[in-house]
Design a protein around this ligand. Structure first.
Ligand code: BGC
Length: 351
């Protein structure tokens, strides 16, 4: 484990870059936003490649409200219609930052705060954050932690939340992956398999789900059998046109409360295979449709479809949609959520 000072926050406190390692895995994270800055994994030739997009400087992460590279998003990932939620009969107003709607909890996200380093070891770091009552508009004093842990298989991210009043707890990690290596061009030839037989269609270009949970069968959303991400991405199909590509929530098949398989993705050139597992019910599959000439790490300039996100979470706007499982965290109940991004080289065969 190595630590280095990366910059200072608006209160003059230093922010750190922390690098953890295990076997051929290496992750760099920061107490600025509990962000994942880099993730190095072995390719088919056992050469390490950094498979997440990101920035070089702390200043870029303080302003990380367009791309959300590597962000720990909270309290609520994704969109809330009309920026309001009703909890125990009371309506709470959130801060709108996408028209009338609230995206990724508004203009004061957890991913730009300075977190406390609670525990660290050679291969794991736990960050803690206290989010007071009415922070971002949500009720309840919330204590949360995020742990990044490298294992023999890859990276595990574990979230815990405890609140003194009923509230929303729906964190995610917003990393953009490119399994050929960050800055290496398009991800449209990666092969993706999604363990989701349904998705939640969006009503219009504002991307709020209609409330329907629709079968993927016979549509470009069908990744039950592996196919290239780009195979149908440009089809003249309404859902893809509204979002300019994939930017949709899929309903993960599996048993609620279990660590269910979510996805398997194969880098076409590197042979790097990533499997994603999660205890959460949904995953936002996003193909970086809105990224344009974004200056990234090591001189890279990122464009649309040069990274993909698999953001595990409760379904978008679930607090306002009766058909979707609620992300309500009950008062005084400690909850744990977990997502794992595991890696195997091509030579190791299927996962
Ligand atoms: C959203 C995209 C958005 C991106 C960056 C994703 O989670 O679904 O629509 O552009 O985050 O904010």
């Amino acid at each position: 484990m190595t630590t280095k000072v990366w910059g200072t926050d608006d209160l003059g406190r230093s922010v750190e870059l922390i690098t953890i390692q295990h076997n051929l895995f290496e992750a760099t994270v920061s107490d600025l936003g509990a962000v994942l800055v880099s993730l190095k994994v072995p390719d088919k030739g056992n050469r390490q490649r950094d498979v997440v997009l990101g920035y070089d400087t702390a200043v870029q992460y303080f302003n990380n409200y367009e791309t959300y590279f590597g962000a720990t998003v909270g309290r609520n990932a994704n969109r809330i219609e009309n920026s309001q939620v009703t909890i125990d009969g009371k309506t709470y107003l959130l801060e709108a930052n996408e028209g009338q709607n609230c995206l990724h909890s508004g203009p004061n996200g957890y991913h730009t705060r300075r977190w406390e380093v609670k525990e660290r070891s050679a291969s794991a770091v736990t960050f803690a954050l206290f989010s007071p009552r009415l922070d971002q508009g949500f009720p309840g004093n919330l204590e949360l932690t995020v742990t990044y842990k490298l294992t023999d298989e890859g990276l595990e991210i574990t979230y815990t939340g405890l609140s003194d009043a009923d509230t929303v707890f729906n964190p995610t990690n917003h990393s953009y992956f490119n399994l050929n290596g960050q800055g290496s061009g398009t991800i449209t030839h990666h092969r993706l398999q999604l363990n989701a037989s349904s998705f939640t269609p969006i009503a219009d270009e504002k991307s709020i789900p209609t409330g329907e949970i629709r079968s993927v069968k016979g549509t470009p959303m069908d990744f039950i059998q592996p196919k290239e991400i780009g195979e149908a991405i440009n089809d003249p199909w309404e859902q893809l046109q509204l979002a300019k590509g994939y930017d949709h929530n899929f309903a993960i098949d599996g048993v609620r409360g279990h660590l269910n398989p979510v996805a398997r993705v194969e880098g076409d050139e590197s042979g790097i295979v990533m499997t994603v597992l999660s205890t959460l019910p949904g995953v936002q599959f996003y193909t970086a449709n809105f990224i344009q000439d974004e200056k990234g790490k090591d001189g890279a300039i990122y464009h649309s479809r040069e990274g993909f996100c698999l953001e595990t979470q409760y379904f978008p706007n679930a607090m306002n949609t009766s058909a979707f499982e609620s992300p309500l965290l009950e008062k005084d109940v400690l909850t744990t959520l977990k997502t794992a991004y595991l890696f195997k080289g091509e030579s190791h065969g299927n996962v």
